[in-house]
Design a protein around this ligand. Structure first.
Ligand code: DON
Length: 568
């Protein structure tokens, strides 16, 4: 595939979790498919949200307008992760190459305490940070969308929220995967929401059933009519507080009123002649991605090839070291002095790789987080957008677990996140993704929990090259990393790069998880002999990405989900 760039007459929106089927035959102007498209593209988790985003682009909306519409549409069509009760991160690059990021990550409520998930013996209480009213951080998505729209939007706010209202009120036909997910969540919905009927049905959900969400439609109308105040104040806020009171939840009216998303400077780094523009803390994703890329940069990956022995070994050893650093040094920069410069110092990263040997796996027990002289220690979804003027947006947003805490705000009809589990509840005790942490990511009132979300935009020779991101908990960073290498080193086209098998190592536990058929038997045998513990893993992430070439926009929509690319 060519790597040249289109003239700046492009619109493109890639939402993490969209895909590539031809579903909109009635609409000749926008169609699903991998492209190339000359005017714009949306790649995200559901066909319905993808179409809504593309329609906004065709109406003259810019990338941020489309992102707002997609965020709300995903809250309707992708209840596992699309949300108004969660949070996320946006990476933005303007047509002129100016960059910015928006942190709309949830915050710990003011009443949160470091030991809030521990019993009297100091042990972590199972599930308390996952499936209770105390599991939720103060939601950030609505404030994030309002703030992004205020700064960059072009179309009217109401016009962007309305398509989601219509979908919620009129209903939409569900896919096989969503039917499966709703059936999987059923017992928990029932148990955690006594007296409520949201997402429940007498007979199992099946493909083609209509999902109507009237209460959610009304909530979205408040947001349409009142913006931020439609969620953080008034009826919806009252409903959130009433919901909290049914289960010892600690989010207060004041927490809602005080929630604000934050603009943060993007972190950037080089890989060969590419420039990475990515998310700073409180996501660990950007720093980890840049560390990983530099760790492997000087090796001949292209010659070795995709998922070949040396490639896998090198990547695993880099990942092991980077995730060790993550466990100690990454947290909310408003509360903890994250040593970003030290972590991204190229000599430091090179030094971390010095004790790697080709002969044998480095046991994770022998790897500790690095140390720096002079340092004082003190089910997610992604979308990316570039509009016809050349502005680009890459957003990852989440409730954390699939359907978040599975608790639905009574009367308001939306799911609450269980993002508090992303904090380190106790040093050394793994969270739901097996990640451990310490002081940097301890719970404190109003602090943001550490994330792995890695929305990223890549430039080549100063021009827009790729928009990429994924859900997948701790595997987010390694999935984004491998997708980028698949294009840059292994010459794969965007769809191949997204579809290709992935693997993952995160320091602890000391395992390499690999997707089905990801490695040849010979590779497994060779690496096992060297001491690598290779275990089969399920599908890793749902990468949705767009590549900009001289022929147009090419989408990569992850076949692991219902992800759909729509362009025109
Ligand atoms: O912010 C994070 O890193 C996690 N809450 C992301 C969760 C996630 O990706 C779940 N989706 N598979």
């Amino acid at each position: 595939m060519s790597r040249h760039f289109l003239p700046p007459k492009l619109l493109l929106l890639s939402l993490c979790y969209l895909s590539s089927f031809r579903l909109y035959a009635q609409d000749t102007a926008a169609e699903t498919g991998n492209g190339p498209y000359q005017n714009g593209m949306v790649v995200c988790a559901t066909p319905g949200a993808s179409k809504i985003g593309a329609d906004i682009l065709r109406k003259g909306g810019n990338a941020v307008d489309a992102a707002v519409a997609v965020q709300f549409a995903l809250a309707v069509t992708h209840p596992e992760a699309g949300n108004i009760g969660g949070g996320g991160f946006m990476v933005y690059r303007s047509k002129k190459g100016k960059t910015n990021t928006l942190d709309f990550r949830e915050k710990a409520p003011a009443a949160a305490r470091a030991d809030m998930y521990l019993d009297s013996a100091g042990n972590v209480i199972p599930n308390m940070s996952l499936a209770t009213h105390q599991a939720s951080g103060v939601p950030g998505s609505v404030d994030g969308m309002v703030r992004a729209h205020k700064k960059y939007g072009r179309l009217k706010w109401a016009e962007l929220v309305q398509p989601a209202i219509d979908l919620a009120r009129n209903g939409f036909t569900i896919t096989k995967k969503l039917a499966g997910a709703l059936n999987w969540g059923g017992p928990q919905f029932k148990k955690l929401n006594p007296g409520k009927t949201y997402f429940l049905k007498d007979t199992p959900w099946k493909e083609g059933d209509l999902l109507v969400q009237e209460d959610l439609a009304r909530t979205l109308e408040f947001i349409r009519d009142n913006g931020r105040n439609g969620f953080y104040k008034g009826k919806v806020a009252d409903e959130i507080i009433a919901e909290m009171q049914t289960g010892k939840g600690i989010i207060t009216k004041k927490d809602l009123k005080n929630y604000h998303s934050v603009w943060r400077k993007a972190i950037t780094g080089k890989y060969k002649n590419y420039k990475m523009i990515t998310m700073p803390p409180p996501s660990s994703g950007g720093i980890a991605l840049l560390q990983l890329l530099h760790s492997v940069e000087k090796y001949p990956l292209h010659r070795w090839g995709h998922n070949q022995d040396s490639t896998v070994q090198l990547i695993v050893e880099a990942e092991r070291r980077v995730y060790a650093d993550r466990s100690k040094y990454l947290g909310d920069p408003d509360f903890y002095k994250v040593p970003a410069d030290s972590l991204l110092n190229l000599a430091y990263i090179d030094a971390r790789m010095k004790n790697f040997s080709w002969n044998a796996a480095t046991p994770s027990s022998s790897i500790q987080p690095g140390s720096f002289a002079g340092y004082e220690s003190d089910q997610t979804t992604h979308y990316s957008i570039v509009d016809k003027d050349g502005n680009a947006v890459s957003i990852t947003t989440t409730l954390n677990g699939s359907f978040g805490s599975k608790i639905i705000v009574g009367g308001a009809g939306f799911l609450l996140n269980n993002e508090m589990d992303d904090f380190s509840a106790k040093p050394g005790v793994p969270n739901m993704f097996g990640l451990i942490g310490g002081k940097a990511n301890s719970i404190q009132p109003n602090k943001r929990m550490l994330s792995s979300m890695t929305p990223t935009i890549i430039e080549k020779d100063g021009k827009l090259f790729m928009v990429v991101g994924t859900p997948g908990g701790s595997t987010i960073i390694t999935s984004v990393f491998q997708t980028i290498l698949n294009v840059i080193e292994f010459d794969e086209n965007m769809q191949q790069a997204v579809s290709d098998k992935r693997f993952h190592h995160q320091w602890l536990p000391d395992n390499v998880t690999v997707e089905k058929d990801g490695f040849s038997q010979a590779t497994i045998d060779n690496l096992t002999k060297k001491g690598y513990k290779i275990i089969p893993g399920g599908p890793s992430g749902r990468v949705d990405a767009i590549l900009i070439t001289k022929d147009g926009y090419y989408g990569g929509a992850d076949p692991r989900g219902d992800d759909t690319a729509t362009g025109y």
